[in-house]
Design a binder for this molecule. Structure first.
Ligand code: AMP
Length: 130
């Protein structure tokens, strides 16, 4: 069965999309640690980060960097943090999280946003994505 992220990439499940190219897809995390929390996913459905072939791994990091630079221009924060967990969704994804505090990196306290707020954040990041 395809992962929820494969279904998002295919457009079967809606998402607040930030950016896409032939191999990668970035969208807002639906249960964010902080405003602007973004996921970057390779279209190739592989469970674990270090099982990616080295080219896909490097390109995932390069694409994530572009998204992180756009995020940092869009969201007021001290820096963008990056983590890879994957305990919930077995399809590689990089979490890019605007950090102001250690708790923003902890996956414990979450922020709740309206659909309009998600749309506005996604539009802002999208406009800064190069
Ligand atoms: P993990 O696999 O532990 O790295 O966590 C999966 C992440 O995916 C969590 O932060 C979820 O909030 C996020 N997530 C799960 N389903 C969706 C979805 N439909 N749209 C956006 N983010 C999602």
């Amino acid at each position: 069965m395809p992962s929820i992220f494969t279904r998002i990439i295919a457009g079967e499940i809606p998402s607040y999309k930030i950016a896409e190219d032939a191999n990668f897809f970035a969208f807002l995390d639906i249960n964010p640690n902080a405003k602007g929390h973004t996921l970057v996913v390779p279209k190739k459905e592989i469970n674990k980060l270090f099982d990616l072939d080295s080219q896909t791994y490097i390109e995932l990091m390069q694409f994530s960097r572009r998204v992180a630079i756009a995020l940092e221009k869009s969201i007021l924060c001290k820096r963008i943090g990056m983590s890879v967990i994957g305990l919930e969704v077995p399809h590689v994804h990089v979490h890019l999280i605007p950090l102001n505090d250690m708790k923003d990196a902890a996956f414990e306290s979450k922020v709740s946003l309206t659909s309009d707020e998600f749309i506005a954040i996604a539009e802002k990041i999208k406009a800064n994505f190069i």
